[in-house]
Each structure stands twice: as structure tokens, then as C-alpha cells.
Design a protein around this ligand. Structure first.
Ligand SMILES: Cc1cc2nc3c(=O)[nH]c(=O)nc-3n(C[C@H](O)[C@H](O)[C@H](O)COP(=O)(O)OP(=O)(O)OC[C@H]3O[C@@H](n4cnc5c(N)ncnc54)[C@H](O)[C@@H]3O)c2cc1C
Length: 489
């Protein structure tokens, strides 16, 4: 949408100072704003957020002893962005690791939950005996998976889909029964389309460097364990961490730091309608009312289809068209609270993933209060069940009541739920999960080239080079660094 004749306001700070707009107040935009003010003493940031609340997908609610993560519930620590930001804002005393009492995952096999083989991380089998013993695969499927170390490596570096890679190296059954549900849970994606280079480049690298994934896993696991024990944030916080009172408190903490700096103007409930290049290397940011402001730089921390809509000037159409090529999937999380005694299953695990082949209406269920303390009152359990994604978009055509009803049916059938939950809440995420399809790496390279040709414009978020919270934070921080390099030169 093009704004009506805008009223432009020139940058108001003195000539040495720089005036920067950040658009989007999710974790990416917040991390970017924080990095900007940390990097340069004379920066002023205006942070525009469409909704009344900061945090975007990250939101925590609580009631009657329940702590509900409505979006993400944890983040990985072996990627630096999350822990780094927490350290910089003094939030690390709020971080907690997973409670290891029930540290294992389940996968559905012929309607019954069974443990994921011990030591199996996404598609890296570190315990070969556990593969030999697993009931998840048939005898032929187990043999085929273990033959991986004898399959010759691919001779070229060409990208391939996750499904093709897994079929080639571990066999069809390992794909269908184990790896599709485990990896699908992270990317809510179709493995036939998912680019391995863009999502899990370490696996083709393992194939190239050691001849097989199993050989690489076995060789490096002891070194990794040793280095985790002696150094690094991974050891200190565990592989996954979260905020003890919910990730919403991380958002509040960043917002407080930004406010206290006196150099960030927070503008919630302010959707931006367009961003366009203006005279003297400035950028014009316009509201739907037609009012506009000029900035020395603009950092857009939004889903790519929204960025494309905002970049409506003629000179930016190639970039906008590229951005529109990144597909997004929708999903819903159904949070349900239960009395523990209402299940015949012990729920002694972190959660359950469901192979597409099982023909169920849910993708996975996380046993949230088994992973982290203080999520449910004593004697109760909090579950988060995932619905939809790229593999089952049709399930989101139902009403919230209908979704709750079929989730209950699945919980009854799979986990032996005997009574309805004490509460149920459906949270929808429309077009919130970018899909890294084959060709993603080349597309992002091109988007970055086009953006680099627009000094003062930067893009960041989970659509580019990593989908999780730490990736989003790093993306925001790096975009802030690039912006400073151009804006202050
Ligand atoms: C259901 C779900 C579960 C997830 N679970 C995990 C997990 O457990 N761990 C993990 O690491 N990651 C998880 N992720 C991924 C993670 O949540 C995201 O990568 C991250 O939160 C993205 O943050 P963002 O700031 O880039 O985007 P968003 O959170 O989408 O923020 C973008 C912001 O821009 C605002 N906006 C939009 N248009 C405009 C406009 N025109 N003007 C101004 N503002 C605008 C929006 O209101 C929003 O606040 C999950 C994602 C989903 C969808």
C-alpha cells in the first residue's frame, strides 16, 4: 500500500549523530536495537512495532499456577546469539537448563509411543547398540541404517533435499520412522523440499570429511563431550535453556534496557506502511496515515513477505520479488493442562514426535512441565501439541473448538488420556515458519547482494540463515553491525 502524500520530517539529531529506524519488535528487532546502541554512543533508534506488545512470536502467559509459553519454549545454547544477548543485558541468572529427570524423546510407532534410540541426535547415531535394539525400525530398517558407514560419499557439493540425503545414506525406513518426525518438528517442513545445505549443512560436511555420518559422529562425540564439560555456554546452561519465568521475561528485560538507555524511542501499536529511499542517502519510513520520517538507516526485522509489501518503490522491486519467493508455513500450538493421574501413560519424557506415515492429525506433543519446573501446579502436567505445518496445512481450516477436540481424541488414543483437560488453549501462527526449500542458499545470497546495493537498508530475521531464536538474534545483531559500518562511514 502506498501512503498518501507523506509529511517528511528531517532527522532531528545533530550532524554527528545517526538516526536509525528498526521495524519489527520481535526478538530480532529488539536484539538489533540493542546492538545498535551498544555499538555507537551517538545512535538514536526508533523501534516501530505493529502490535501493542513487543516480542512477536515470543509470548508468555500465566494463570492459577500454570506458566504458558504461547510460542517458543526454549532455545539452543550451542549457537551463540541467545546466550550472548542474555549475558549483555544481565539476564543469565534467569536462565535455567532442562530438568534431566525425564530427558528422552518418544516417537510414535504403529500408534504406540516408543523411545527414540539413545544418542540419536536428529540424524547422528552415536550409540550403535541402541540402533540395533530399537523397536522403532524393522530388522531390515535397522540393518540399512547401520550400513550408512559403508555407503560411498556423494562426489559433488550440489545441494539435495533432506529426504534424498537420508534415503541415500540411511534408507527409506529411517527417513519415514525417525528422521522425518524429528527434523520436521523443528522446521514444520516437508523433507522432500527442505534444503539440507540451508538447514543442516553439518551433515553433508560430515559425509565429505569422514566418508559417513556415523564415522564422523563416533569420531567427534568424545571430543565434543570433553569440550562441553570444560568450556562454553553449552556446558553451563545445558543444550537447551529457557527463562525460569518464561521467555516473555527476556523480552521485558530487553525492552527495559532499551528504555533505560534513553536512546531508543519505542513505538508500539505503530505499523509501518512503506519504506523507500529518499534524498541525500536517507530512508523514508511512512505510516498508514501518510505521516513519514527520514532516517539515516532502516533495519527491517519482519517476515519477508511483509518486507516485500513495504518496499513498494520501483527501484526495490527485484528485491521485493526475491523476498516473496520464500514460502512460509502456518501452524497452531494447543496448550492443554491435565491432572497427571488422568493419563495411563507415565509421560516420563520430554515429548513425542509423530511420523507423517502414522496418519495422525497432530505433529508432536511436548511434555512441557517435564522439561522445565514451575510450568504446572503439583500433580499436573502441561502439554503443547503442534498442529498443521507444511505437511498438514488442512488441519488449520478447522475452528479452535474443532482443533481442541481432535487434539483431545489423539491424546486419548496415543497417551491414554482418561478425562478432558482442565483447560485448553489454541494459539495460531499464520505464515510464521519460513521454509528453507532447495535453492534457499542461492536465493538468500542474491537477496543479500541486492540489499548491499542499498546503503542504509538492512534485513534481518528467521527467514535468512537460521530459524531459531539464537539465529534470529544473531541475524539482528549482524544487520546492526552492517548498518553501523555504512551509516557511520
Ligand atoms: C510456533 C512456533 C514455535 C517456535 N518454537 C521455537 C523454539 O522453541 N525455540 C526457538 O529457538 N525458536 C522457535 N521458533 C522460532 C522463533 O520463535 C522465531 O525464529 C523468532 O521468534 C522470530 O523472531 P522475529 O523477531 O524475527 O519475528 P517475529 O517474532 O515474527 O516478529 C516480527 C514483528 O514484526 C511486527 N510487524 C509486522 N509487520 C509490521 C509492520 N508493518 N510494522 C511494524 N511492525 C510489524 C510483528 O507484529 C512482530 O512483532 C518457533 C516459531 C514458531 C512459529
Amino acid at each position: 500500500m502506498s501512503p498518501a502524500t507523506p509529511t517528511s520530517v528531517a532527522p532531528t539529531l545533530n550532524s554527528a549523530a545517526k538516526n536509525v529506524a528498526v521495524i519489527g519488535g520481535g526478538i530480532t528487532g529488539l536484539a538489533a536495537a540493542h546492538r545498535l546502541i551498544t555499538l555507537h554512543p551517538d545512535i538514536h533508534v526508533t523501534l516501530y512495532e505493529a502490535s501493542a506488545r513487543f516480542g512477536g512470536i515470543i509470548e508468555t502467559a500465566s494463570h492459577d499456577g500454570w506458566l504458558l509459553e504461547l510460542g517458543p519454549d526454549a532455545f539452543i545454547t550451542n549457537k551463540p546469539g541467545g546466550v550472548q544477548l542474555c549475558e549483555e543485558i544481565g539476564f543469565t541468572d534467569q536462565l535455567i537448563p532442562t530438568d534431566n529427570t525425564y530427558r528422552r524423546s518418544l516417537v510414535l510407532r504403529n500408534g504406540r509411543p516408543a523411545p527414540v534410540p539413545d544418542g540419536f541426535m536428529l540424524m547422528a547415531p552415536s550409540n550403535l547398540q541402541a540402533i540395533q535394539d530399537t523397536p522403532i525400525l524393522s530388522a531390515a530398517g535397522r540393518r540399512r541404517l547401520l550400513q550408512e558407514s559403508e555407503i560411498p560419499p556423494k562426489l559433488n557439493d550440489a545441494d539435495e533435499s533432506l529426504a534424498d540425503f537420508v534415503r541415500r545414506r540411511f534408507g527409506e525406513e529411517a527417513l519415514d520412522r525417525l528422521i522425518q518426525p524429528l527434523v520436521g518438528g523443528i522446521y514444520t517442513a516437508d523433507p522432500e523440499k527442505l534444503s539440507l545445505q540451508a538447514t543442516l549443512p553439518r551433515f553433508p560436511k560430515m559425509e565429505r570429511s569422514h566418508g559417513s555420518v556415523i564415522a564422523a559422529t563416533l569420531k567427534t562425540q568424545s571430543q565434543k563431550a570433553a569440550s562441553r564439560e570444560t568450556s562454553g555456554s553449552g556446558a553451563r546452561y545445558g543444550l537447551f535453556t529457557t527463562a525460569k519465568d518464561g521467555l516473555g521475561t527476556l523480552i521485558s528485560a530487553i525492552v527495559e534496557v532499551l528504555k533505560d538507555s534513553g536512546r531508543v524511542t519505542l513505538r508500539p501499536s505503530t505499523p509501518i506502511a512503506s519504506v523507500s529511499p529518499a534524498a541525500q542517502s536517507t530512508w523514508q519510513v511512512a505510516l498508514p496515515t501518510g505521516d513519514a520520517e527520514l532516517f539515516d538507516g532502516v533495519l527491517m526485522a519482519l517476515p519477508t513477505y511483509r518486507v516485500a509489501d513495504l518496499l513498494n518503490s520501483q527501484s526495490l522491486q527485484t528485491l521485493a520479488n526475491d523476498l516473496r519467493q520464500i514460502p512460509y508455513a502456518s501452524s497452531a500450538i494447543v496448550l492443554t493442562g491435565h491432572r497427571l493421574a488422568d493419563f495411563s501413560h507415565s509421560l516420563e519424557a520430554f515429548g513425542l514426535v509423530i511420523p507423517h506415515k502414522e496418519g495422525r492429525r497432530i505433529l508432536a506433543t511436548s511434555f512441557t512441565s517435564r522439561k522445565f519446573p514451575k510450568r504446572a501446579p503439583d500433580g499436573h502436567v502441561l502439554l503443547r501439541t503442534f498442529v498443521g505445518g507444511a505437511m498438514q496445512p488442512e488441519q488449520l481450516n478447522y475452528s479452535d473448538e474443532e482443533i481442541s477436540a481432535f487434539v483431545n481424541e489423539e491424546l486419548q488414543s496415543i497417551l491414554g488420556m482418561k478425562s478432558p483437560p482442565v483447560f485448553s488453549r489454541v494459539v495460531r501462527y499464520n505464515n510464521a515458519m519460513p521454509q528453507y526449500h532447495l535453492g534457499h542458499v542461492e536465493l538468500i545470497d542474491h537477496i543479500e547482494q541486492l540489499t548491499a546495493a542499498q546503503p542504509g537498508l538492512e534485513l534481518a530475521g528467521n527467514a535468512y540463515r537460521g530459524v531459531g531464536i539464537p539465529d534470529s538474534i544473531s541475524s539482528g545483531r549482524q544487520a546492526a553491525e552492517r548498518l553501523m559500518a555504512t551509516a557511520t562511514s
